[in-house]
Every structure is written in structure tokens, then in C-alpha cells.
Ligand binder design. Sequence first.
Ligand code: GLU
Length: 282
Amino acid sequence: MDPQAGLHLLDPVPLTRFAPAPTGFLHIGHVVNALCVWRFARAAGGRVLLRVEDHDRQRSRPHYERALLEDLDWLGFDPDIYPTDAFRSGQCSGRQSDRDGAYRFALASLIARGLVYGCDCSRQQLESRVYLGRCRDRGIPLRDDVGWRLRVNAGVETFVDLALGRQVQTPSMQCGDLLIRDRLGNWTYQWAATTDDTLQGITHVIRGIDLLESTGRQIYLARLLGRESPPAFLHHPLVMKSPDQKVSKSDGDTGIRAMRDDGWSAEQVIGYAESLVPVPLS
Ligand code: GLU
């Protein structure tokens, strides 16, 4: 069991998080998100937790983690919980690959309630974005070489996004039964992020609008984990390269590394990101 689990639940101070995946270098879109996260926390008298979302072991790389820690230091983003040195010193509860015990512990109660089943569907069988439940009642045990899925019941999730207003989502129709762990042994984003947000007592989730669709299912999952009031959510617009293309990790020109190499100072990068910050946050 993760010794840090639940530690922050007792704490009434607003707690938000910056949660990059080390699958590429940080780009200007991350800096805009970080500005939103840190500004919100500072305005609310709250704190920021740094989480390295390396749940996907095939795509994550240690050198991207080292680079993102260094870029955050260079830009002056200083996390209150799990500062960058906590990651450099070895095992860290802010790093998802070090939290296998927490994810197993959280899942145990759902398994005991009969909510999780093994799924051996291949990629080809998963032709639709909504899982249609082929393995729901096949009695496949939760082995390491099969996917683990959670039964998602019909029902509507309603929440008020701090930027977008009232949202209504239906997870059972958007995604069906949720994959918790894939057949390669990776915990999925939805499971790892929701378990972390719950156990770490995150009160405000501030992230790009590309994750808006995930929110209903994360509220659903958090409730199963025992969280009656979910965190507040704020989804901000993404930084776009062109009207229909967001900036991404593969865009060298908007990568913080490339900007540094081109002679930008940290102040200039922050100033540029400030000009792109989409929503007033105080
Ligand atoms: N790790 C995700 C990303 O880098 C962010 C997840 C989240 O904020 O919930 O896009």
C-alpha cells in the first residue's frame, strides 16, 4: 500500500495537479496548462501536486521524465507536493509507475463487489469506441495476459465545469465497460488518474478540453472508489497550431527544448504562454 495514499484527504486547502505524461518533450501547450494550474492554486491559497503519468510503460521514457523535470525547474514552476527533486531521488509516489500497490489496493474492493472481469478481446474485436460487453459474462479470470474491465452501469453524470458550465455525460454510452488494465499489464489512464485524484485528495482538476469527454467516467469511477463529491473540473481550450490542429509533442518548433536551443529565455517562454492563456482564473 502506498504510504502517501489518502494523506491529503484530511487537508481542506485546495489542491490541484500538473500531470504530464513522459512520452515526449514538454511543449507550449503544457506551459499554458501549467500556468492555469499554478495561477489557480496561488489565487485560491492552494497547492500544486506534480504527477508523472507514466502508466503506459511502452510509450514512457525516463529521459522524457528527466527533461520535463528540468524544464519545469528552468521555467520556475515549483510543485508544493512532490517537488522535482523527489522524482530524481528514486521511488516517488507522484510517479504512476511507482504506484502499482495503490492501484491494486483501490481495485480490490471493486473486484470483491464483482465489478471487474477479464477480457480477451483483440484490437480487431474492439471495432467500436464503445465496448459492447462481449466478455462481460464469460467468466475469464483476472490473469496478467488479459485486459481487466469494469462494468459501467447506465446512468448520467452531471457536473458544472468552471469554464464551460453545466455538462451532461453518459459513460455507458460513450465508452461502455471501462478498461482498467490492458493485456500488457499497463494500468489505463482513466484508472490511474482517477485513483490518484481520489487517493491524493485532488480538489481541482485543471486541464485541456481534449479530456472533457473523460470527466463523466472519472466521476463515475471516483464514486465507486468512495468519493461522494468529485473534484471540481476546469477544461480550458488547447493551444492550436492551425484552426484544426493542436500543438503536440511531435512538433519540434513548439517544444520547450527547441525554444531554449533557439535562445528563448524562461521569461520569454512564460510571456508567450501568458499571451495564450485562454481563461481568466481568479
Ligand atoms: N497525462 C495527461 C496528459 O499529459 C493529462 C491527464 C489529466 O490532466 O487528467 O495529457
